[in-house]
Structures are given as C-alpha cells and as structure tokens.
Design a binder for this molecule. Structure first.
Ligand code: ZN
Length: 246
C-alpha cells in the first residue's frame, strides 16, 4: 500500500505528531466533514475513534442536519431527531459536533458558500481534514467533498486531506484508495456510533453495506476490517508542509 495516515496506519510507518498528540497543551485537531448525520461515522468512524483514543481532538462538521432524511417528518422534526442522533454518535466517538447550516437535499456550492465554510473552519485550526470522495450519486456528498477541498486549499492543514467513501458501489464510485486504517479494535465503537442514528435503519445498513465494506477493505489491507482513504495532501511550493507521510 502507498502509505498510512499519520499516527495510526498499518505497516508500522513513522508516527508523525504522536509526541505532539501526547501534549495536553496542544492536542492535534482533526476536522471531519460530512454531508449528513451518519456520513462521517459510515466512512471513517473507526478511524476517528482511533484518533480520539490516541489523544487527538476530533470535530465532526455536519453540513446539514439531515432535514430530508426521515419520511413522514417535516424538515424541522427530522432535523431535531437527527441532530440528537449525531450528538449521541459524537459522544460515542468522543468527537465534537458542529452543524454548518445547509439543508439536506438542497446543499449549495458557490463562492459565498465556500467562503463561509472556510471561515467556519478557520478558527478551529485543523491539523488534518477528512471529507467525502466527490464522485458520488448523492449531490450533498459532492458538495461536502468540494467544500472540504476548498477548506484544505485555504487553510493548509499541515497533515493533509483525506477523502473517505460512504457506500462503496451504492453511492461512492471511482474510489481507488491509497491509505488504509485497521479498525479491528474499534469496530464495536464504530457500530455503536452508527446505531445511534436510529432513524436511518442502522441494522439494515450495517448488514448490507458497512460490514461488507469494512471486510472488503480489510482484505485489501491484510487485516480483518479496515477503512480506506484517498490522500490528496499537497506539498506546498513555498514555506510548505513537511512531508510527514514519507
Ligand atoms: Zn449522506
């Protein structure tokens, strides 16, 4: 495989940031962007659990509150239910939820939206950003991917940008990972976070999609269960990022 995420990957590579992470004064900070409540948990909940266990701070930025995601409920009703579910999932992962204020099914990517999104993230000073892979059947996932990419370019988090899949073969297409994280030790924690989203029929989704995806990525990586990523970290031409993943 091409490499690993800092601090947590497979293959015993160097652990940039580990000493830093141990400092209570300055824990490293991950910002994970998802279009809807349950997307970050689906694509990288295990990885986020490993990072928080290692002392990193994790903020999950939900672009929407899943307003359109419960049949028979109004947007306001669904948003209230799914906000509470996202907050419960974040407690399980020991992450901090932030809601970015767009609307499920009607997300927008334009200059004003990405400028506002960058300013939402700027004071949080992420060291590393996760977001969706953009080639996806759900337009909100595409928007979240592009907002994450814009935030990455603007804020230059020093440990890079990693894109995650949410539903291989169902929503995520053309995804060819170059990084894997072994999540075998935290599968139960990830599953609990997913099952916090009771309005989304988690048992069916787990059986039909997530378990299959983790096992498939695990086979690729040579472990039981893994999550997979595309790393898009850029080496900035001037004053740039350290090549922490070499
Ligand atoms: Zn979604």
């Amino acid at each position: 495989m091409a490499g690993t995420l800092p601090a947590l990957g497979l293959g015993g590579l160097a652990v940039p940031g580990a000493a830093h992470a141990a400092s209570p004064d300055a824990p490293l900070h991950i910002v994970c962007i998802g279009a809807h409540p349950d997307d970050p948990e689906s694509g990288c909940g295990g990885t986020l659990a490993r990072f928080t266990a290692a002392g990193w701070r994790v903020t999950i930025v939900y672009l929407t509150r899943g307003e359109a995601g419960i049949p028979g409920k109004t947007h306001a009703q669904a948003a209230a239910i799914r906000t509470a579910e996202a907050e419960a999932a974040c407690r399980i992962l020991r992450a901090t939820p932030v809601f970015a204020g767009q609307i499920d099914g009607a997300t927008e990517f334009n200059h004003a939206r990405y400028a506002a999104f960058i300013e939402l993230l700027r004071p949080r000073r992420p060291d590393l950003i996760f977001t969706h892979w953009p080639v996806d059947t759900h337009p909100d996932h595409e928007v979240a991917a592009l907002l994450g990419w814009r935030a990455y370019l603007a804020l230059r988090p020093r440990l890079g940008l990693y894109l995650y899949e949410v539903d291989l073969g169902g929503e995520t297409f053309g995804f060819s990972p170059n990084h894997y994280v072994d999540i075998g030790a935290v599968v139960a924690q990830k599953k609990a976070a997913l099952f916090a989203h009771q309005s989304q029929h988690p048992a069916e989704i787990w059986d039909d999609y997530h378990r299959e995806m983790e096992n498939f990525r695990g086979r690729e990586a040579g472990v039981q269960q893994a999550e997979a990523f595309v790393e898009l970290t850029r080496l900035w031409p001037q004053g740039g990022l350290p090549n922490v993943l070499s």
